[in-house]
Design a protein around this ligand. Sequence first.
Ligand code: F6R
Length: 244
Amino acid sequence: MKIIQAKDYNDLSRKAANIISAQVILKPDCVLGLATGSSPEGTYKQLIEWYKKGDIDFSEVKTVNLDEYRGLPKSDPQSYDYFMHSHFFDHVNIKPENINLPDGMAADPDAECARYDGVVRSLGGVDLQLLGCGRNGHIGFNEPADCFAKGTHCVNLTESTIEANKRFFASADDVPRQALSMGIQTIMLARRILIIISGEDKAEAVKNGFFGPITPQVPASILQLHPDVVVIADEAALSLCGLR
Ligand code: F6R
């Protein structure tokens, strides 16, 4: 595990975009695993800027997103499908047929999860998986639990996640209670993982996740076992880790 210290959110976003950009240059038809939320917004903005300058070409890139809320249609501005289009896909030359997200409106969530795992497999797996991290150490929507979830599955969101995500909704009551999420095994099968973490409210998650014991109570801690993980965290997120 390589930990890269960034000065602040902008520095973190540029560093992450550089790694993704290098991946796309080295393998133009790579499979990128993507995340939503505040953490990757700056990274996507930077990638769009470089695309517009002619520095990156997404025409052969394929993407698989980590997760989607259950019960929100794609047209809902809070859906992750909508987020990805408005923050990234609509601004670069990725082909619509190369974009994949779990379908939060599927009538049978278990069948949808199995279909999604099949999509990831049929693409030959993920070359580079971008992750954010929740304050409780969750990755994707894999919440603290007694065991690590394997494939894509339907998750009941914890109060802490509903609380953290209510800032995107009119009220906490509007936050969906379930999501479809890649499992820990799906994430761990990615050939390379890039996790970006910013802000003091994530300092506890960074300390427990990367410097504590490996436990499903801190889902990100499993990443310590992955052979190729890059953590980019800013000074605030690293403030409890005693690094200089
Ligand atoms: C999003 C996702 C989540 C977020 C995490 C951090 O696709 O899978 O695990 O990465 O909740 O969210 P932010 O970046 O908003 O703090």
